[in-house]
Structures are given as C-alpha cells and as structure tokens.
Ligand binder design. Structure first.
Ligand SMILES: NC(=O)C1=CN([C@@H]2O[C@H](COP(=O)(O)OP(=O)(O)OC[C@H]3O[C@@H](n4cnc5c(N)ncnc54)[C@H](OP(=O)(O)O)[C@@H]3O)[C@@H](O)[C@H]2O)C=CC1
Ligand SMILES: O=C(O)C1=N[C@H](C(=O)O)C[C@H](O)C1
Length: 269
C-alpha cells in the first residue's frame, strides 16, 4: 500500500474535489495522502471523510499546500486559474506530477504553467473524460473533411455555478475544429453575439453558452450546411468521468519526462 503513488487533491471540498477524493479512495492503484483547501476555508482541520458526510478517514484538510505536496507523487487540481498557477510552482519544486483540470486560464496563466512544465510533468485538459477526448478527435476529422460551406458552431451547457465561458471543453473542441480546417482559432472565433451582429462571417467558429440548474456538462459541435447538418454531441451525466480521467492521468504521469501533456497523450488517442 505504501508503494502506491500518493495523491494530493487541491480544492478538496469542491464539486470535483469531493468526487476526486472518492475516486482515489476507491482505487487500488493510488492512495490519498492530502486534501488541501484555501486558507480560511471552514473545512480546514476537519477530517475529510466526516466533512463529506461519511466515515472518518484519519486525514484532515489542510491549508499547508507545501507540506502536503512534499508527501505526494501527484497533485490533482480542479480549482481556479490563480490557485492552479501558484500550485504549479510548488509541484515543479517538488517534482510531483500536476494534473490540471481547472479551466478559464488567460494567456499569462498558460505561460506560467508552461514554465513550470520545464521541471515537472503537467497533464492539463479542459475535459478529462474519455468521451470528450474522442469527440475532440472526431471534430478535427469532420472539420478537415468539410469546407467553409459548413458553418461550425460549438454550443455548451453547464450548471448555474460555473464561472467561465466558453467552457474549457468548448475551447478544446473549437481548437480541434480550427486545426482540422487549417486556420487559427484566435482569428476565426465568434463569441457573445447580441444585437445587430451582421451576417455570420464565412469560416467563423461560433461559441454559445447556456448556464442553468445542475447540468453537469453538455457539448454540441454543429456543422451546418445548406440542406443538411451534422451534430457531434457529448453529454456528461456524472462527474465521476472527469475524476477517473484525472486519476488515470496522475498514474500515467509517473516516471515521464517533464513537459506539458494532455489527455490525448494519456489516452493514446
Ligand atoms: N477538466 C475537467 O474535466 C473538468 C474541469 N472542471 C473545472 O474544475 C474547476 C473546479 O470546478 P468545481 O469543482 O465545479 O468548482 P468548485 O468551486 O466546486 O471547487 C473549486 C474548489 O477550489 C477551492 N479553492 C479555491 N482557491 C483555492 C486555493 N488557493 N487552494 C486550494 N483550494 C482552493 C475552492 O474553495 P472556495 O469555494 O472556498 O473558494 C473550491 O472548494 C473549474 O475550473 C471547472 O471548470 C470541472 C469539471 C471537469
Ligand atoms: O465547470 C464544470 O463543471 C466543467 N468544466 C469543464 C469545462 O469547462 O469544460 C469540463 C466539464 O464540462 C465540467
């Protein structure tokens, strides 16, 4: 048991944090060695099992990220862009694998993650599920097969608590569509239409976001032509798919060379 890779979860009280804790606890390939929350969080000092409403685990939540990461072979992080960038510095120092599920990064955050990946293995993906990563590859393929007579629209729906848009998944799908088409997403993306927008630009890749209730995550990539339409769809109904993918990434990352990887690398897609 002591030989199994030790996993630390950042943002352990969150929607994904709790799902990750349960997934690691149920696994016979890894052990949970730390649960970290931000300083001042009401769960700090409480037993993680009891805080989640189940049996005690003998593992208390801590705000001491440095001490927790020192015990870890991998850190799984579904938090905020600022928290993740700060953690990337610590995982790089500790040479622990950093699995990043957080979304909503700006260019400066991404630059800092890239710098940390010079020293440690980072696996980062806006969606850790097998299904979405397959959809990414399908999107690339369909976009490569069709010309700009087919308008590409990415439509996503998430729960009311989500703070970023477009979702990380929508951006992955848009990026795959742009690559399939051989264009730069930054030049072709159309977001936030409102009012008199004018006609759709030929070749644009559009993004729309729906927020409501408890929707776990739904993504459509629409290729709309004249007289026909192709729709590629993924519907997530359980956050366990993301947690399973993240744990798989943490195990895959052991003994790899430092660098920034994604779930396509992990899944071999
Ligand atoms: N890649 C993927 O497959 C998936 C990615 N996500 C992404 O994961 C992220 C989290 O989502 P979700 O779990 O729903 O969000 P939550 O808000 O439920 O969880 C985030 C947690 O991180 C905590 N946190 C904030 N700052 C710190 C810090 N400095 N140190 C430690 N913990 C901190 C928050 O605490 P507090 O609330 O007190 O601030 C909260 O408990 C989002 O970016 C989301 O888009 C989600 C699902 C799948
Ligand atoms: O915030 C979420 O919940 C999710 N975020 C990820 C994203 O931004 O795409 C992945 C998943 O869709 C759930």
């Amino acid at each position: 048991m002591a030989d199994l890779p030790g996993i630390v979860i950042m943002g352990a009280s969150g929607r994904m944090g709790q799902m990750l804790a349960q997934t690691v606890l149920q696994s016979d390939k890894a052990r949970l060695v730390g649960c970290v929350e931000r300083p001042g969080h009401p769960w700090i000092g409480r037993d993680m099992g009891e805080a989640m409403g189940s049996a005690p685990l003998g593992l208390c939540l801590t705000d001491d990220a440095i001490a927790a990461i020192a015990r870890a072979q991998a850190v799984i992080d579904f938090t905020t862009p600022e928290a993740t960038v700060a953690t990337a510095t610590l995982t790089a120092q500790a040479r622990a694998v950093h699995v990043i599920g957080t979304t909503g990064f700006g260019p400066d955050h991404l630059q800092r993650i890239k710098a940390a990946a010079r020293h440690a293995v980072i696996v980062r993906a806006g969606n850790m599920s097998l299904g979405v990563n397959l959809l990414v590859q399908l999107t690339r393929k369909v976009a490569a097969a069709l010309d700009a007579d087919f308008d590409i629209e990415v439509v996503e729906a998430h729960h009311r608590h989500k703070v970023d848009a477009p979702s990380g998944t929508a951006l992955m799908l848009g990026q795959a569509a742009a690559e399939g088409r051989g264009v730069a997403l930054s030049e072709m993306s159309e977001r936030g239409r409102d009012g008199i927008t004018g006609e759709r630009a030929r070749g644009a890749i559009g993004f729309s976001a729906i927020r409501g209730g408890d929707i776990v995550g739904e993504h459509d990539v629409i290729f709309a032509g004249m007289g026909e339409r192709i729709v590629l769809r993924h519907v997530a109904t359980d956050r366990a798919i993301f947690a399973r993918g993240a744990l798989r990434a943490a195990l895959w990352g052991q003994d790899r060379k430092p660098g920034e990887y994604d779930m396509l690398d992990v899944l071999g897609l």
